[in-house]
Write a protein that binds this ligand. Structure first.
Ligand SMILES: Nc1nc2c(ncn2[C@@H]2O[C@H](COP(=O)(O)OP(=O)(O)OP(=O)(O)O)[C@@H](O)[C@H]2O)c(=O)[nH]1
Ligand SMILES: [Mg+2]
Length: 399
């Protein structure tokens, strides 16, 4: 409920009152009990509230029934989050993805909405003979869904090209993931000197961002930042953002950023991990926990039990810079582990390979001997395969 209030605030509305009902199961007709519905109706009137927001997704008929008793607009958690996303989306793809989610949310809820569809700005086609307005509206929405899917697909193809180019550069990709407001964008800024938008509101970031960064002097990596997760993230949004999320998870390393100052951070870890598992079951192999906002909490016995439970985790403050250099060391160590450290005895005739090694290998030393060049380098597996014939000893540090 605290989070719902935060979401409401983020959407630009003021919270007047909160009502909680304990029930063993939601009521089919009203979600809450009939008596509670009347109580809320009276409260809404007393406060002159414009809106009543429920902290779960309501069925179309529940919204309709509640609407008849309560003299204020009734919306659910899903509609609220969709609204925030719609305000936050800046990129073309983000906007299309949010609209797609909105259309999927709207489709089963058209009954009883009457002519409200025009509110969405979607042009309603001419009514065919014998068709009800509802059928026309549904047809318009289905067509819009299919158009949106097509357009998103085209944009995605374009992005795949970017990805290829990135892969050719053989840069490790490190994605920041985590609960919304955990400090992902702040951390990206701290790691790369970027200037991303951060705010003490939910879903400040919606569009994926990539920034180049250098870890400990010579290791080039790409950092990506994108939308945060939340409990009960509307499935329409997950579906619409699926491809973006999959791409994000295709990273070499996932920095799971956690707001240590949030009272519910342990549950937030679980929520994020559940979302990640739904996209990629193997994600935990690449996950590194980063407990952020240490400046807001006192060193406590809780901290030492966290260290015991998550020995690999980093404790940082993206705001003050505390722990950042240790985090960078851990990232560098991880990236290094992805590479093969080779001692290469390269004949002088292999000029092309030598050039490739200089360009893409992390060359540590070069020594010219009469019969060959001795090179010590950390290379990725692709280059390691090519170098195989000229390698005598190699320590495979691959994960
Ligand atoms: N005190 C303190 N505040 C922080 C720290 N890191 C981030 N913040 C604040 O936490 C809020 C959220 O930070 P963001 O970087 O926008 O968080 P995010 O994870 O990108 O959030 P979304 O994009 O909304 O999902 C901002 O007000 C930041 O200034 C930190 O280490 N200490
Ligand atoms: Mg952000």
């Amino acid at each position: 409920m605290e989070e719902l209030a935060f979401l409401t605030d983020t959407a630009g509305a003021a919270v007047l009152d909160k009502v909680i009902q304990n029930r063993s199961a939601p009521d089919r007709a009203y979600y809450i009990g009939r008596g509670k519905t009347e109580e809320i109706a009276r409260l809404a009137e007393l406060h002159e509230a414009d809106m009543v927001i429920f902290n779960d997704e309501l069925s179309p008929s529940q919204i309709r029934n509640l609407d008849q008793v309560i003299d204020a607009k009734v919306i659910d958690r899903t509609a609220l989050i969709l609204d925030i996303f719609a305000r936050r989306a800046l990129s073309r793809e983000g906007k299309l993805q949010v609209e797609l989610a909105q259309m999927h949310y709207l489709l089963p809820r058209l009954i009883g909405l009457g002519n409200q569809l025009s509110r969405l700005g979607g042009g309603i086609g001419t009514r065919g003979p014998g068709e009800t307005q509802l059928e026309v509206d549904r047809r318009v929405i289905r067509r819009r869904i299919s158009d949106l899917n097509k357009e998103i697909k085209t944009l995605r193809k374009h992005r795949a090209l970017h990805r290829e180019r990135r892969e050719r550069n053989r840069c490790s990709v490190i994605s920041l993931v985590g609960y919304t407001n955990a400090g992902k964008s702040t951390l990206l800024n701290a790691l790369t000197g970027a200037d991303l938008y951060t705010e003490d509101k939910l879903f400040a970031t919606l569009d994926p961002t990539v920034r180049r960064g250098t870890i400990n002097g010579n290791t080039q990596v790409l950092f990506t930042d994108t939308v945060g997760f939340i409990e009960k993230l509307p499935r329409q949004l997950i579906a619409a953002f699926q491809a973006t999320l999959e791409e994000l998870l295709a990273a070499d390393l996932l920095l799971h950023v956690i707001d240590l100052s949030h009272p519910d951070y342990l549950n937030q870890i679980k929520v994020v991990r559940d979302h990640l598992s739904a996209i990629d079951e193997e994600h935990h192999q690449r996950e590194m926990l980063v407990f952020n906002k240490t400046d807001l909490v006192e060193e406590s016995s809780e901290r030492s039990s966290l260290v015991r439970e998550f020995p690999e985790a980093a404790f940082i403050s993206a705001a003050t810079g505390e722990g950042l250099s240790e985090l960078k060391d851990s990232i560098a160590a991880f990236v290094q582990k992805q590479l093969w450290n080779l001692k290469i005895y390269l004949p002088y005739s292999e000029g092309k390979l030598y050039a490739e090694l200089q360009e893409h290998g992390n060359v540590q030393s070069v020594e010219s001997k009469p019969e060959h060049i001795e090179i010590v380098a950390a290379v990725d597996s692709k280059l390691a395969v090519k170098l195989e014939p000229f390698t005598r000893s190699s320590n495979n540090q691959s994960r």
